[in-house]
Design a protein around this ligand. Structure first.
Ligand code: NAP
Length: 311
C-alpha cells in the first residue's frame, strides 16, 4: 500500500469542515482526493453528488471516510467496501445494530479495514483514566453530558428525526469513554427518554447503568443546556475518585489536575493516525458496545413527552 492514501470524504457538513478536512490537510499519509456530498464541495477537490458516482469516476481511491449522519452510513460504507476501499466511519456507527454487524462482516470478506471511530476515546485524558481505573474497585459513577443543541447542531433536523438518536448523538460519546475506561462491562438497567412533542428522537435522557458487579453508574444527557456546557464523567473507587471533564480532555484524580501528554492533543489527528496504521496493518477496529447501550435504552426506556422543540 503506497502512501499517501487517496481518500474520498463523504458528507461535507459541520464535522467534515471543523475537524476532518484540517486533520487530513496536516497528515502526510493522506491526500484528500475527492468528496461526495449532495449540496456541498471543497474548493480544488473533485466533487460528486453521491458515493456511487465518486467510486465509479475515481477507481484510484484507497479509502473513504464517512461523516454523514448515521442514517446514511450503511449504504455508503457497503458500496465503498464492495469497491475494495478502506472505510472510516464517524460516530454513531450506523442507524441500526444489524447494519454495523453486516459492515464488519463485509470488511472482513473483502480484506479491507473498517475503522468504526469514537472520537471521544482519543481525548487527551482517556488513556490515563483507563490506566488509573484498571486496578481499582469501582464503587459508583456519574455522567453529566449537557449541551446546547442549538449551538452545536444548528439547523440539523436529522438529529431529531427517527434514527437521528437525539441527545444520544452526544451522549454516545460519554458511553464510548465509559466503556473504554472501565475494566468491567455495563448494562442498561433502566432509562427515561424525554421526547419533544413534535420530534422523533429524545432531547434528554437519564440512564441507570450497572456494572456486572451491580455498581451503579448514573447518566444524565440533556440537549437544552444554556450557559456552561458540561461533558463530565466521575468515577468513584475504593481508593480514590476520578473526574474526566471537557469530554475526556481534562483529568483530575482526587481533585488534582493531571497534566496530559502533549502528544495526545487533537482527537481527529489521532483518529486519522490510527486509520493509517489500521490500513497499513490490514486490520479493522469495530466496537459497538456504546451503540448497543443506546439501542438498549430505546428498547427498555420509559418514554415521556416534553415541550415541543424547534431546531
Ligand atoms: P451536518 O452538519 O448535518 O453534516 C452532515 C452532512 O452529511 C450534511 O451536510 C449532508 O451534506 C450529508 N448528508 C448525507 N445524508 C444525509 C442525511 N440523510 N441527512 C442529513 N445530512 C446528510 O452534521 P455534522 O454535525 O457534520 O454531523 C455528522 C456526523 O458527525 C454525525 O454522525 C455526528 O454525530 C458526527 N459528529 C458531529 C460533531 C459536531 O460537533 N457536529 C462532532 C463529532 C462527530 P449534503 O446535503 O451535501 O449531502
Amino acid at each position: 500500500m503506497s502512501m499517501p492514501l487517496k481518500l474520498g470524504l463523504v458528507g461535507i457538513g459541520k464535522i467534515a469542515r471543523d475537524q476532518h478536512i484540517p486533520a487530513l490537510a496536516a497528515d502526510p499519509r493522506f491526500e484528500l482526493s475527492a468528496t461526495a456530498s449532495r449540496n456541498a464541495a471543497v474548493d480544488g477537490v473533485p466533487s460528486f453528488a453521491s458515493v456511487e458516482a465518486m467510486l465509479a469516476a475515481m477507481p484510484e481511491l484507497d479509502a473513504i471516510s464517512i461523516c454523514t449522519p448515521p442514517q446514511a452510513h450503511f449504504g455508503a460504507a457497503l458500496a465503498a467496501l464492495r469497491a475494495g476501499k478502506h472505510v472510516m466511519l464517524e460516530k454513531p456507527p450506523a442507524a441500526t445494530t444489524r447494519e454495523i454487524t453486516l459492515l464488519q462482516a463485509e470488511a472482513a470478506r473483502h480484506g479491507r479495514t473498517l475503522f468504526q471511530t469514537w472520537h471521544s476515546r482519543f481525548a487527551a485524558g482517556v488513556d490515563a483514566a483507563r490506566a488509573w481505573v484498571k486496578d481499582r474497585t469501582l464503587t459508583g459513577g456519574r455522567i453529566v453530558w449537557k449541551e446546547d443543541v442549538h449551538h452545536w447542531h444548528p439547523g440539523q433536523q436529522w438529529i431529531f428525526d427517527a434514527g437521528g438518536l437525539g441527545v444520544f448523538d452526544p451522549g454516545i460519546n460519554a458511553l464510548s469513554v465509559l466503556t473504554e475506561v472501565l475494566a468491567e462491562e455495563v448494562v442498561v438497567r433502566q432509562a427515561v427518554l424525554e421526547f419533544p412533542a413534535n420530534q422523533q428522537a429524545p432531547i434528554a435522557a437519564q440512564l441507570d447503568l450497572r456494572t456486572e458487579a451491580g455498581v451503579r453508574v448514573e447518566a444524565e444527557f440533556d440537549f437544552r443546556q444554556k450557559g456552561e456546557q458540561t461533558w463530565d464523567i466521575e468515577l468513584l473507587t475504593s481508593t480514590g475518585r476520578l473526574r474526566l471533564s471537557h469530554g475526556g480532555g481534562a483529568l483530575e484524580i482526587d481533585g488534582q489536575p493531571v497534566a496530559a501528554d502533549a502528544a495526545l492533543a487533537g482527537e481527529y489527528p489521532r483518529l486519522y493516525a490510527r486509520f493509517a496504521e489500521l490500513c497499513a496493518a490490514g486490520r479493522s477496529e469495530v466496537d459497538w458496545r456504546p451503540f448497543q447501550l443506546v439501542a438498549d435504552a430505546f428498547l427498555i426506556g420509559e418514554r415521556r413527552t416534553v415541550a415541543a422543540h424547534q431546531v
